[in-house]
Design a protein around this ligand. Structure first.
Ligand code: NAP
Length: 272
């Protein structure tokens, strides 16, 4: 399976599938090398109108594409694989974007030897700042992983992880953007409580979030060190941090991410 420009079919092009389609197009993937499938005709029309991509039925996609990127909801995956599984020749690469589903879930429903790569990306793919974690299933080779990386690198960063870590990845970076949005929302509310106009509070916190994120990424410093640089003795920041600790924000995050990991496992069990 050589390098670029295989035909890629996005099977079940909803929110995440669309992110992938638009990212591939932005990275210069030729539109004639992309296919998409959808359940509702209205969704198919929308995708064609928006991207000029050819929307076909699932079996045509299996037939024509070398790479099948499955992006249906985990609970819809078994039905989809009942339909296409027996028809997938074992030389196709299946890339799963489904949260929680192990590659064995696919392997059991695909011809023996079909390579499966499991991918967890996140919504900042929309602005080419995704975090995508990639794992090989039983029959996926280094070449298959490299192909998956080639498809996801233009959307942001990629990392290879053993598949056993993917539920944790789902909890951290898959759902991660939602945690940051919640924090930002709460801090904007705090700004309003302190008497700032909503728009000003919004601007202050969004830029602070961006600045902090860039510092974290570009300085390579540990977050503790960066936090300490803003936390002077008997100052304002430490007063705020005492309240955060008193209200268990750290413990809440540990519990929240564990709950997300457990939910990923539950969804996989239900899908089976
Ligand atoms: N949203 C996130 O932030 C995120 C992040 C990481 C991973 N994921 C994973 O990405 C996957 C998709 O999530 P999503 O949020 O993109 O869901 P979504 O918007 O509901 O997309 C799923 C799409 O699959 C289509 N579909 C379902 N069954 C089909 C079938 N048999 N044949 C063809 N198309 C079919 C649906 O069509 P209809 O619209 O016509 O029903 C829908 O458009 C999930 O497995 C999720 O775990 C999501």
């Amino acid at each position: 399976m050589g390098s670029a420009r295989h035909t890629v079919a996005v099977i079940g092009a909803g929110k995440i599938g669309e992110l992938m389609l638009s990212g591939l197009l932005r990275s210069g993937w030729p539109v004639e090398r992309l296919l998409a499938t959808a359940r509702r005709p209205a969704r198919a029309e929308e995708l064609t109108a928006r991207y000029g991509v050819r929307v076909v039925d699932n079996l045509t996609a299996v037939d024509e594409a070398a790479v099948l990127a499955v992006s249906v909801k985990p609970q819809d995956a078994a039905t989809l694989l009942d339909e296409i599984g027996p028809k997938v020749p074992a030389d196709k690469l299946v890339i799963s974007l489904c949260a929680g589903l192990p590659t064995t879930f696919f392997a059991r429903r695909l011809p023996e030897g079909t390579p499966v790569v499991r991918v967890m990306t996140n919504t900042p793919a929309l602005v080419d700042e995704a975090m995508t974690a990639i794992s090989a299933g039983a029959h996926a080779t280094g070449e298959h992983l490299a192909l998956a990386e080639e498809m996801f690198k233009p959307l942001g960063s990629t990392v290879r992880v053993p598949e056993s870590q993917q539920d944790a990845v789902t909890a951290l970076s898959g759902s991660g953007p939602a945690y940051f949005y919640l924090l930002v929302e709460a801090m904007i509310d705090a700004g309003i409580l302190l008497g700032l106009p909503r728009q000003v509070a919004h601007e202050l916190i969004v830029q602070t979030a961006i600045g902090s994120a860039v510092m974290l990424r570009d300085s390579g410093e540990h977050p503790v060190k960066l936090r300490e640089a803003v936390t002077s003795p008997a100052g304002t920041t430490i007063s705020a941090i005492r309240e955060l600790e008193k209200h268990g924000v750290r413990a809440a995050l540990l519990a929240a991410l564990e709950a997300a990991r457990d939910r990923a496992r539950e969804l996989a069990a239900q899908a089976d």
